[in-house]
Design a protein around this ligand. Structure first.
Ligand SMILES: [Zn+2]
Length: 92
């Protein structure tokens, strides 16, 4: 039971598109997620959470932020983040 878990922690979340308004960027996503992780406390009680493993994950609803409905939202294949480096280092 101590072998390496075959569950990947950093799986890419899916991407979505609203076919009604063309929205690609604003969704309200409701997810049920069951995880196991290593909670590492300092003596002072400060917690750091490490080695989080997603045991189960269920996307309950994905609602278009603009239309307010999930009726027109479709899942699209996630693409490599080649041209999307903007925002990565937008330090304020
Ligand atoms: Zn929409």
């Amino acid at each position: 039971m101590d072998t390496a878990s075959d569950l990947v922690v950093d799986a890419e979340p899916p991407r979505y598109r609203c076919t009604a308004c063309g929205n690609l960027t604003r969704f309200e996503v409701t997810v049920s997620r069951r995880t196991r992780s290593f909670h590492h406390y300092t003596v002072g009680g400060e917690l750091s959470i490490e080695d989080t493993v997603v045991l189960d994950e269920e996307y309950e609803s994905v609602v278009c932020r603009w239309c307010g409905t999930a009726a027109s939202v479709v899942q699209i294949p996630s693409v490599p983040l080649d041209g999307e480096t903007l925002g990565a280092e937008s330090g304020v």
